[in-house]
Design a protein around this ligand. Structure first.
Ligand code: TRP
Ligand code: ZN
Length: 868
């Protein structure tokens, strides 16, 4: 693979980490006055600036109509500043000065959902990473921290006027208008500024912090969605307590507001004291949202709350450091979620995302280090690598340190850097200093791309009762990163007696952490061998327990050993890992399915009773897309699909009456514990789909019954899937019924779109029907993602009629919403692995697109995709 330098995006558009320079001016305070009208908005800004280093004053601004600019009160003429499409530059500015600007902007026609934009009846902001420059002229970079005072004025048809911080006053503004004045006492970068103007209802609660601060909690949403905000509110209070207990961090303002918006580019945004959320990440209610969505809401609420310390109080020096705040905050929200449900299942779900999104990303043309060293468009770097691999790096360090030292390390980080804009080096240095353990080698993880390969070999010597494990690590050569270094890999492991299934107590001089049964070995060389003594009989080794490092493990297990681990591993994550390794062999290397089926027959009956959620995960069969991502050339999606279908058929058949009995035995309504009930629902839906596969006449009858009688969205959708995807006679009536029930519920309606787009036999007409449906809306990213995500659940469809869909979408969004456009295009990033002639066909379509796109977002992605 050859990742060449980007030929088309001009060199001067690329920003390099090595070129970082401090801003010449800091902003002590900013007064903003935002007056919203139906067809325009006027923004007045007063900046009190102070020189830090020599140089011009650079105020960034985009799509702003400049009305006036004053320096220390004096109106400037055009000759006194330089203005281009990106910035306003003033030379010879005194060391201390006041700059006043007035600009006009157009939120009412802003389709990019960046800066201030109108979404239905609501005006909201999205300023990370570089949206604030679309509101006013400002040194819009994260290392400029300021105190914001904001006056928001609008017509009274918008009763709610919000901005960050404390409400100082409200009042009349004449002509049926009113205003609110807010001040945020905490210095913050401009990307954390937010305001909201609209007609919303609110759910209120309170929380008293460990420091005794009484905080008003408010979640704003449209009236009919307020009942769906309770789960988020509970999760918020839970997060606040969790951060006090686990990181010693208490909340620092008197109010915490969350606003739900249906048109939003991503999941949610951590604006100081005023989070703005995609409705999909805040609304949760069994009747309207699935169990998976409910879990996601809780984790995103926690994520944005945790940003208050990791991101807001301590922020990033520049956008290359994005993974400093995102990797750490994702690790924190994952740990939080591990306390909410079965920790093993949470880890399974997080690793599944890592392996199905981050690993392929890191193995393809969009591969980059968790901390990139250059970019054209920073919006393209909100990636699985920055978020998910970034989280894994923090997890590895915390695994290595253990709870107590990790806490000493994070305490030191908050002590040193509160109120600052810092780098990944600062984080690793503070963690090292606080814990007393030198972690600097982990910087290699931040600075290099690619998933390391970990090769392991085991050797048992019965005579000396010794087990030797030899390890080797390697990274695939990368043209842009010639000096790849070994990375520190914590290898958590266990040894089991192959005959009794008992876990050995580990005895080895080589272990970093050495407790009774679970060991962690720090492997930080190219090669190493560890020796275990007192191993009385042939062992089975279980490696990377809990996925202790984000690597591709290559260990020569026999199928029987994997089957053994499915049955005897006490770590639920590694039980699952064993199922996945075995299934990959069956599906990609044509191994027999017998060992897998037998292991599940032995394991499931008991596990279904004890931990239905974990049982449901052990039934995961890798998705077609994931399997495709493991194939690097001559990929034929239809071959993968037919092998996978054949396995599902075998599995359906061989399990005999198990499915039917399981379906009948479980009753989620009898469970009071959410994760237990969620597990039973998942299992019942799996059982129904296998019954349908067996051709069981009861499958459709029971599915229809489940569909009609339930009040739970996971049950309703699970049943509908079985009917729809198997073309049951009842399918049409049920999908129409679903539409009639939920056509006023945007998130449920997204599921209606998704389910149809995800039909295994969907075709171009299906997509045509859905995208020309009156409820389809290219201005609502959730709706786009529903259809596109559904379609992409079958690569056979993605790589046939889907190519046209994604290319047209990228072309359209290139102008209207380039952030989302670039993401849609990324779906096609593994085009080069396809078998001919498909490969050349797609390549030509991408080349044709190249001449037609203008945004940095789409152009950069396309160039990277084509330079493989
Ligand atoms: N910082 C947000 C988070 O919590 C990410 C985010 C939200 C974002 N909206 C965005 C990034 C829009 C880019 C553009 O992860
Ligand atoms: Zn985040």
């Amino acid at each position: 693979m050859n990742i060449a330098a980007n030929p088309v995006v001009e060199a001067d558009q690329t920003v390099y980490l090595k070129d970082y320079q401090k801003p010449s001016f800091l902003v002590d305070s900013i007064d903003l006055d935002i007056r919203v009208y139906d067809d325009h908005t006027i923004v007045d800004a007063t900046l009190n600036i102070k020189r830090q280093t020599a140089g011009d004053l650079v105020l960034l601004g985009r799509d702003l109509e400049l009305k006036s600019i004053r320096l220390n009160g004096d109106l400037l003429t055009e000759a006194e500043y330089q203005l281009d499409a990106e910035q306003l530059v003033l030379s010879n500015v005194p060391d201390q000065a006041t700059i006043q600007t007035q600009v006009v902007i157009h939120p009412e026609s802003n389709t990019m959902l960046e800066g201030l934009y109108q979404a239905g009846d609501l005006f909201v902001t999205q300023n990370e990473p570089e949206g604030f420059r679309k509101i006013t002229f400002y040194p819009d970079r994260p290392d400029v921290l300021s105190v914001f005072t904001t006056r928001v004025e609008a017509d009274k048809k918008y009763p709610v006027l919000l901005a960050n911080g404390n409400l100082l006053e409200t009042g009349e503004a004449g002509e049926g208008r009113h205003y609110a004045l807010w001040q945020d006492p905490t210095k913050k970068p401009s990307y954390l500024f937010a305001c909201v103007i609209g007609d919303l209802a609110v759910l209120r609660d309170r929380y008293v912090t460990s420091e005794g601060r009484d905080v008003a909690l408010e979640i704003y949403a449209i009236e009919k969605d307020i009942p769906k905000c309770h789960i988020a509110m509970e999760a918020l209070k839970h997060s606040m307590r969790w951060d006090e207990e686990h990181y010693g961090r208490a909340y620092d303002l008197d109010n915490y507001m969350i606003v739900a918006v249906s048109q939003f580019n991503m999941g949610a945004m951590e604006n100081k004291g005023l989070n703005i959320f995609n409705t999909s990440c805040v609304l949760a209610d069994e009747e309207y949202t699935t169990d998976a969505a409910i879990m996601r809401v809780q984790s995103v609420i926690a994520h944005e709350y945790f940003h208050n310390w990791t991101g807001n109080r301590i922020t990033c020096r520049d956008w290359f450091q994005l993974c400093l705040k995102e990797g750490l905050t994702v690790f924190r929200d994952q740990s939080f979620s591990e306390d909410l449900q079965s920790a093993a299942v949470q880890r399974i779900d997080d690793v599944a995302v890592l392996k199905s999104h981050q690993f392929p990303e890191d193995a393809g043309p969009l591969s980059h280090p968790p901390r990139p060293d250059h970019f054209v468009e920073i919006n393209n770097f909100y990636t699985a690598t920055v978020y998910e691999k970034g989280a894994e790096i923090n997890r590895m360090m915390s695994t290595l340190l253990g709870q107590e030292k990790y806490r000493q390390g994070t305490d030191e980080y908050f002590r040193r850097h509160d109120g600052q804009a810092v780098t990944v080096e600062d984080w690793v240095a503070a963690l090292s200093a606080g814990s007393g353990v030198d972690l600097s080698a982990f910087l290699n993880w931040y600075n290099q791309p690619g998933t390391p390969k970990l090769e392991a070999k085991g050797e048992y010597d019965a005579a000396t009762q010794t087990y030797r494990l030899s390890l080797k690590q390697s990274l695939k050569a990368h043209p842009k990163y010639p000096n790849l270094k070994a990375v520190p890999i914590p290898v958590a492991l266990a040894l089991f007696n192959a005959n009794t299934g008992e876990q050995y107590t580990l005895r080895s001089a080589d272990l970093f952490v050495n407790n009774v049964k679970d060991g962690v070995y720090l492997f930080d060389q190219d090669r190493a061998t560890i020796e275990f003594t007192g191993v009385t009989e042939q062992p089975v080794v279980s490696l990377l327990r809990n996925f202790s490092a984000p690597v591709n493990l290559d260990f020569d297990y026999s199928n029987d050993e994997l089957a053994f681990l499915i049955q005897h591993e006490t770590n639920g994550f590694n039980q699952w890992q064993a199922t996945q390794t075995l299934l990959e062999r069956i599906l990609l290397e044509d191994h027999s399915a017998q060992a897998y089926i037998q292991a599940l027959k032995n394991t499931l009956p008991e596990l279904v009773q004890r931990d239905p959620l974990l049982a449901s995960r052990l039934l995961d069969v890798p998705a077609e897309g994931y399997l495709g991502s493991r194939i690097d050339q001559n990929y034929q999606p239809e071959v993968v699909q037919s092998k996978r279908n054949a396995l599902l058929d075998t599995f359906a058949r061989e399990m005999g009456t198990f499915w039917k009995e399981t379906y009948q035995a479980l009753d989620p309504d009898l469970q009071n514990e959410f994760s237990q009930a969620m597990g039973e629902r998942a299992l019942k839906n799996i059982a129904l789909s296998y019954m349908a596969r067996q051709g069981d006449a009861d499958a459709f009858t029971w599915a229809e019954e489940q569909y009609q009688t339930t009040l739970n969205m996971s049950e309703r959708l699970g049943a509908l899937k079985v009917l729809l995807w198997n073309d049951a006679p009842q399918a049409k009536a049920c999908i129409d019924d679903f539409y009639n029930r939920f056509n006023d519920e945007a998130l449920a309606l997204d599921q209606w779109f998704m389910l149809q787009a995800a039909h295994p036999k969907a075709n171009a007409q299906t997509i045509q029907y859905l995208t020309s449906h009156p409820d389809y809306d290219l201005g609502t990213p959730n709706r786009i993602r529903a259809v596109s995500g559904g379609l992409n659940s079958h690569p056979v469809n993605t790589w046939s009629f889907g190519v046209q869909h994604f290319i047209e979408l990228a072309r359209y969004l290139d102008e209207k919403n380039p952030i989302v456009g670039s993401r849609m295009l990324q779906v096609l990033s593994r085009w080069y692995t396809l078998a001919e002639p498909q490969r050349s066909t797609v390549q030509q379509q991408l080349l044709d697109l190249k001449a037609q796109v203008k945004s940095k977002n789409v152009a950069e992605t396309l160039n990277s995709m084509l330079s493989i």
